[in-house]
Write a protein that binds this ligand. Structure first.
Ligand code: 953
Length: 539
């Protein structure tokens, strides 16, 4: 494959080179998984090292690229590819020592989306024509790497979504200039959009050396005040973005376990660990199972919808991860350690009284009332899509089928029927694929039923309805279900379910959408019922 060929080329280049500032290649091992055997470099990638030691005022001394003489292009210069051999020590005056790592897969064979991912390190001219990779491209990357090092291993542009990254180059933008004028000038010279205008490495090294001798002492002992000054140099905005990411880098998302899997997506527990020391926080990451254009577009809408929502009873959007282009789009959410409500009800039935169930119903109702006010229809309200934050707090946890209502209509007609189990569907959804806030109310009634059966599998809506039907094929099931509902058959009252609660369910299951209550009307009724149960023992 072009990747393994590129890998061998990188190895071949590294094997021809020997320099104290280049990582030494011991050899390669070829096979199913080819590996390069390199010297061990103690402190690892410079960008992570800088981030870990942010605010401590450690500053690296100059580092030199002397491949120019050999007319070899590296093609992937960045702080990630710089390894730290020795830390600097201000007290003894010994400077840090770094080595440039192998370039990895060459930009000349990478897919366009991977190139976009490498913005701003990849030179603008290589984006349109990767074959134009030459020494000037390394000079650009060198400028970006300088900026990266002096900003403490941060690179705000790398966290932008792909289109914004492209816009950055299209508009010939520059990184925020540091206030240290000489350094700013050096970076600006390297990051010239005209490749032939970038200075040669000899001149760069000369300029860097003069910078080091002029300000090195001063920079080695940054007081806290200096650190604040340095941070304000770089403009607070882009750096604040790195500290509070809504764009998650794939390489820092460490997979821990699978939380759930559906027809369209799966949700994984990950640790977002940018420092690589397991101190990062746990997050829930949703990704697609399939990657057709339609699914991708729906997923992008789902992300937009969740991003726009903020409510106590709706799972919190944390950000997105764009890895390996579009295929790797992921939705990052807060992690709720108690999982989905259906399983939680099954496990904790003995501890959960009717007041607890009505509290969940009230919270979901509040969340749905808010959702409706945003003109959003959920379309898949069921206990499997509710997450448990704590024994007294639940959240609507998934918006995979959610739609925003058009301005001129209060309903939505979908082309794909039966995307979620039909036993939660209102009759108009079964008959005509019509979804509305009133059809969400129907599903809420079924969810209430699930609550009061404690998620019991043998009493689940599917089992109950199928018992009323016998064995049939999907299309027949839908027709039969619709007929049952027309005949005014409904799910039964669960054993021990209070009559008032069952009455509430039945009101949600009014055949005509207009006859069902709204969430605004339902929520106070649930509250009143809950209050009335205060003094009643478990029935
Ligand atoms: Cl709630 C939910 C809906 C859909 C999916 C799917 F199909 F995309 F994988 C998964 C989930 C889900 N999220 C589960 C589950 N058991 O299906 C568990 C979670 C979960 C657990 C903890 N925190 C968060 N989500 N945010």
């Amino acid at each position: 494959s072009p990747y393994s060929q590129s890998f061998l080329e990188a190895a071949s280049i590294m094997s021809q080179l020997s320099h104290k500032h280049l990582v030494l290649l011991h050899g390669v091992s070829l096979g199913k998984d080819s590996v390069m055997v390199q010297e061990y470099v103690r402190y690892g990638p410079l960008d992570l090292y800088l981030k870990k030691n942010q605010g401590e005022g450690k500053v690296t001394t100059s580092w030199k690229l002397q491949v120019e003489d050999k007319k070899i292009t590296h093609g992937n210069v960045s702080a990630k590819k710089v390894l730290l051999t020795r830390e600097g020590d201000a007290a003894s005056g010994s400077p840090p020592f770094i080595k440039l790592n192998d370039p990895g897969v060459s930009v000349t064979v990478l897919a366009k989306e991977m190139l976009v991912e490498r913005i701003p390190w990849v030179a603008p001219e290589c984006l349109n024509d990767p074959k134009s990779l030459a020494l000037p491209a390394d000079k650009w990357s060198f400028g970006v790497t300088l900026w990266e090092i002096f900003s403490g291993g941060n690179m705000p542009v790398s966290l932008l979504e792909p289109q914004k990254k492209l816009d950055f180059y299209q508009n010939s933008l520059q990184l925020p200039a540091p206030k240290w004028a000489e350094l700013a000038a050096l970076i600006a010279q390297c990051m010239d959009y005209r490749p032939h205008c970038r200075p040669c490495f000899r001149a760069l090294i000369r300029d860097l050396n003069s910078l080091i001798t002029s300000d090195y002492e001063l920079l080695l002992d940054l007081s806290p005040a200096d650190v604040m000054l340095r941070d304000s140099f770089w403009g607070y905005e882009p750096l604040a973005m790195c500290q509070d990411p809504t764009y998650f880098e794939e390489r820092h998302l460490k997979y821990i376990s699978l939380l759930g899997k559906g027809n369209f997506g799966s949700v994984e527990l990950c640790r977002y660990d940018p420092l690589g020391d397991s101190t990062g926080e746990l997050v829930a990451v949703k990704k697609l199972q399939q990657h057709s254009a339609k699914e991708l577009q729906d997923f992008e809408r789902e992300i937009q919808i969740l991003h726009s929502l903020q409510h106590d009873f709706i799972v919190q959007y944390r950000g997105v991860c764009y890895s390996r282009g579009q295929r790797g789009l992921r939705l990052v959410m807060e992690y709720l350690p108690n999982g989905c409500l259906r399983d939680y009800l099954q496990k904790n039935e003995p501890r959960l009284d009717h007041r607890a169930l009505l509290l969940y119903a009230w919270q979901i109702g509040k969340g749905m009332e808010y959702l409706g006010a945003q003109r959003c229809v959920h379309r898949d309200l069921a206990s499997r899509n509710i997450l448990v934050e704590s024994e007294t707090h639940v959240k609507i946890g998934d918006f995979g089928l959610a739609k925003l209502l058009p301005q001129d209509k209060d309903y939505y007609v979908v082309r794909e029927p039966g995307q979620s189990p039909v036993f939660w569907y209102a009759p108009e959804s079964l008959a005509d694929n019509v979804f509305s806030r009133a059809s969400d109310i129907w599903s809420f009634g079924v969810l209430l039923y699930e609550l009061f059966t404690y998620g019991n599998k043998s009493k689940s809506p599917s089992e109950e309805f199928l018992r009323m039907m016998g064995t049939e094929k999907t299309v027949q099931i839908i027709c039969h279900l619709l007929q049952l509902l027309k005949d005014n058959r409904r799910l039964p009252a669960a054993a021990g379910c209070p009559m008032e609660v069952y009455t509430l369910m039945l009101s949600c299951w009014a055949f005509t959408p207009g006859s069902r209550p709204t969430f605004g009307e339902l929520v106070p009724k649930i509250q009143a019922l809950r209050d009335s149960f205060f003094f009643k023992p478990l029935g």
